[in-house]
Design a binder for this molecule. Structure first.
Ligand code: NAI
Ligand code: ISE
Length: 341
């Protein structure tokens, strides 16, 4: 195991968009980590990523070979969502800490299997890749809410906008792939859980593929009675735009815009809008992964837990049911096990 003088040896499963980016940061940007093993169902691509990033990682035949490689001390799961449950369970069975990109599993039932396995193991091994609680803007917003300066939060108005999505992105993915970030970060922001959800569909944009209902508005009621509306609009064209406004009893607090140079040029006063999640949350991804690395080395993983992954998935399942039924769907989140307190 890594000591104070040796870097943590990581194995990465999935070398696509975020896998490659996480390999880069763990190899070249963060401290006390090194990537020693990788895999992808496209092995040629995995080898290409290793070569392009100039790292000395071995390419293994599959995810189980990475997990069981003796030199690998901790795992990053960055493959497609439906593969996460299998790899996280295998990492727990091997007793190895595992950082799993969202979603922890594609259903609440799958997340529950992971929660049960981790509790049976007896020690936290899992951190979920919910990076927004590590974003400086969300942290500043939480500090304002917790200070009491705007009183109790009554309403939240949020938006999650992507410029475009690929053709394989389906209507339920607006929940399981996109809204899942709000389902996590808003629980954390408000220190609350969700009571019920409803999904309504405004007029459809002509810019979305025929099969995709876009935009969508998700209406959430929390246990404490706060009302949240989240606009999910994944073909908004103009940028990658994350908004969150908290209306409290005595004031309003807004998520800050990412810092950008303000430009006065050609008779215009302007601020650029980012186009990509990779850039919008670049610092948050660094901080979340450094927290995982430091947590594993210290023997205490403190980031978003398997329970947080489960709670978000319970809400996501309810939202998908609400998309289909058009009704208000109540959530049945069981009591949090003391293991996660
Ligand atoms: P991607 O499609 O670019 O990359 C996924 C890679 O996993 C592909 O190279 C694919 O060949 C590989 N893969 C799939 N099944 C595999 C298996 N059984 N074994 C080994 N490799 C396998 O997808 P992307 O965008 O990188 O997303 C990956 C995961 O990361 C998803 O769960 C996604 O939701 C999450 N993600 C999280 C983001 C965040 O903001 N936290 C941002 C983007 C993605
Ligand atoms: C993607 O997988 C992410 O996680 C991004 O953060 C999100 O904005 C996007 O909608 C998802 O497809």
């Amino acid at each position: 195991m890594a000591t104070s003088s040796t870097p943590l040896k990581l194995g990465v499963i999935g070398t696509g968009a975020i896998g490659r980016d996480h390999i880069r940061r763990c190899s070249h940007a963060l401290i006390n980590s090194t990537v020693v093993a990788v895999t992808d169902i496209n092995l040629e691509h995995a080898a290409k990523v290793v070569a392009e990033l100039g790292i000395a990682a071995e390419v293994y035949a599959d995810g189980h070979a990475v997990i069981n490689a003796p030199e690998v001390e901790a795992i990053l799961v960055t493959s497609w969502g439906p593969t996460h449950e299998e790899f996280v369970l295998a990492a727990i069975a091997a007793g190895k800490p595992v950082f799993c990109e969202k979603p922890l599993a594609v259903t609440a039932e799958g997340c529950r299997h992971i929660v049960d396995a981790e509790i049976a193991y007896g020690k936290r091994l899992v951190q979920v890749g919910f990076m927004r609680p590590y974003d400086e803007g969300y942290r500043a917003l939480k500090r304002v809410i917790d200070s009491g300066q705007i009183g109790e939060p009554l309403m939240l108005h949020c938006a999650h906008r992507n410029p475009t999505v690929p053709e394989q992105y389906k209507t339920d993915m607006a929940i399981t792939d996109t809204l899942i970030h709000e389902l996590d970060v808003l629980r954390w922001l408000l220190a609350d859980d969700y009571k019920s959800v409803q999904v309504v569909f405004p007029r459809k944009t002509s810019k979305a593929f025929a099969h995709l209902k876009d935009p969508q508005i998700v209406l959430i009621e929390t246990v404490k009675g706060t009302r949240i509306d989240v606009e999910v609009f994944v073909n908004c064209q103009y940028g990658y735009d994350i908004q969150c406004e908290v209306v409290g009893e005595t004031g309003i607090a807004r998520l800050p815009e990412p810092s950008q140079v303000q430009l006065r040029s050609e008779a215009k006063l302007s601020n650029a809008i980012l186009m990509d999640w990779k850039d919008r949350f670049i610092a948050a991804y660094d901080v979340e992964l450094q927290a995982f690395i430091d947590g594993v080395r210290a023997g205490h993983i403190n980031g978003p837990s398997a329970w947080d992954g489960f709670a978000a998935a319970v809400a996501a399942d309810a939202c998908v049911a609400a998309q289909q039924s058009g009704t208000i769907v109540e959530l049945g989140l069981p009591a949090r096990p003391s293991f996660y307190n």
